[in-house]
Design a protein around this ligand. Structure first.
Ligand code: SF4
Length: 477
């Protein structure tokens, strides 16, 4: 999971890029980068948070009216600055690209790029595969009179070659500003615009909160397989290049996206309220009668609010959060995650002591953090602890860029629900029902592969094993 942002306007955009990236820092904290185009590309990237990488950078260091920004969470590939984005190529045009997602046929594509196009990648990041595949397709066109159709044809060919989940933004120097999504539309990408004293500014971003921060209006989410190209005269060209049945990542609504983002016309906060209400029905069916409902801050507030309203049980803030600690799911090792959870969350004993507490989290992946929270709440005096997951049991790896690609790290992949209950040592453990989740999204075709094992792009057992092996070999384990 990463965050991407592109801005093309009439004045220098570096300041706005940094401002917009701050709004999506939650999508990646391993590395950050910005590239702008003036006469030349100016590129700055580094490991760590935006504030760390850009602490000593002024907008004057990154001149240009068009630019890209990226915040990275490393799932595949090393956490080396070489793998940070954006990346830049100089043939057949000066080009820069950022992407969010994961390419599943990485090995095969890298071989093809070398064997057929003599391109040797210097990074293990799959944005290089997308950029060089696209560049190789552009090379076959009349470069002196490149048309929007040529660009869309090159995107279509790229979508045929590159399998997986990706949203990408690309600057083609002196040609235009491009965004496209994979044929299934798995990862989010939204387009916005703003009218300024100097003309129109166009923005592509992972989440609509970037547009809010920048004072832009939301124009549209890109459809599956769609490409939008803005030429140097600021004319907009659109085409659905290669489209399959939509399979938007439902986990964006459950966990990844900010609650103030709107994706495919659905406010994330409202989605989470609805998921909380569905949990309430399951709670009643199980005969659970909590005294209070609490959330695991911060992504679970709206689940808890929906649950509390529907049950008619008060919501309380039962876990105090230190806002200056990073997102624990994104931490590299279990040890770091536990330390972060302890530093981040402190039970408010005066609230939970003596109460039957229903604690809601977005999901249970490894189970270790959930178990730890149950222990903390008991130590704070809770009479009973019911642990509720707003997501159904995650049983299968995600191969589309979310850090759930190693089966042995996913508790429901190898434990029954009874075993999970026993492991967490809660008085009750309750998951969202998959049917309820599917019912909520009957009007928006979504990917549910981590719950069902049915991968929208099709993934063979060999490929799954290979992706898992790559992940095992990576630095996070
Ligand atoms: S497998 Fe799960 S996390 Fe991965 S894209 Fe599909 S819904 Fe999202």
């Amino acid at each position: 999971m990463c965050g991407i942002l592109g801005i093309c306007g009439q004045e220098d955009v570096a300041g706005e890029l940094l401002q917009g990236l701050t709004a999506i820092q939650h999508r990646g904290q391993d590395a950050a980068g910005v590239v702008t185009l003036d006469k030349l590309f100016s590129l700055r990237k580094g490991l760590g948070l935006l504030s760390h990488v850009f602490g000593d950078v002024t907008p004057a260091d990154l001149p240009g009216r068009c630019g890209l920004g990226h915040v990275r969470y490393a799932t595949i590939g090393s956490n080396d600055v070489l793998d940070a984005q954006p990346i830049v190529a100089n043939y057949p045009f000066g080009m820069a690209m950022v992407h969010n997602g994961n390419v599943v046929n990485f090995t095969e594509l890298r071989r093809t790029l070398y064997d057929e196009h003599h391109r040797l990648l210097e990074t293990s990041n799959d944005v290089a595969l997308i950029l060089y595949t696209f560049a190789s397709e552009l090379e076959t066109k009349n470069l002196k009179a490149l048309t929007p159709d040529d660009i869309f044809d090159a995107v279509t060919a790229t979508q045929h070659h590159v399998l997986g989940a990706y949203s990408a933004i690309c600057i083609i120097a002196n040609v235009g500003f491009l965004a496209f999504s994979d044929p299934f539309g798995i990862r989010p990408i939204v387009m916005g615009r703003k009218y300024t004293a100097h003309g129109i500014e166009y923005v592509y971003a992972s989440e609509s909160v970037c547009l809010d921060f920048l004072g832009c209006e939301r124009v549209c989410d890109l459809a599956p397989g769609e490409a939008i190209f803005i030429d140097t005269q600021q004319r907009i060209h659109r085409r659905i290049c290669r489209q399959e049945q939509q399979a938007f990542c439902v986990f964006e609504y459950i966990y990844f996206a900010r609650e103030d983002s709107i994706i495919h016309d659905r406010l994330v906060a409202h989605e989470r309220l609805a998921l909380g209400r569905r949990l309430a029905a399951r709670c009643r069916a199980r005969g659970l009668q909590p005294d209070i409902v609490i959330d695991v801050p911060s992504s679970s507030y709206f689940f808890a609010a929906g649950l509390s309203e529907a049950l008619g049980v008060p919501y309380r803030r039962g876990l105090a959060k230190n806002n200056h600690i990073g997102r624990s799911f994104l931490a590299p090792t279990q040890e770091t995650r536990e330390l972060l959870v302890r530093q981040k969350l402190n039970p408010i004993a005066g609230v939970v002591a003596g109460a039957k507490v229903a604690v809601v989290d977005d999901s249970i992946v490894r189970g270790t953090t959930s178990k730890y929270l149950v222990t903390l709440l008991r130590q704070a005096g809770a009479a009973e602890v019911y642990f509720l997951s707003a997501a159904p049991p995650i049983r299968f790896p995600c191969v589309y860029g979310i850090d759930m690609s190693v089966r042995r790290e996913i508790i429901a992949a190898h434990c029954s629900l009874d075993q999970i209950h026993e492991y967490l040592a809660a008085d009750a453990v309750l998951f969202q029902e998959l049917d309820d989740l599917k019912d909520l999204y009957k009007d928006l075709p979504c990917c549910f592969a981590c719950f069902t094992g049915v991968y929208p792009t099709g993934v063979s057992a060999e490929l799954l094993a290979q992706i898992e092996q790559e992940r095992v070999c990576s630095m996070r384990l």
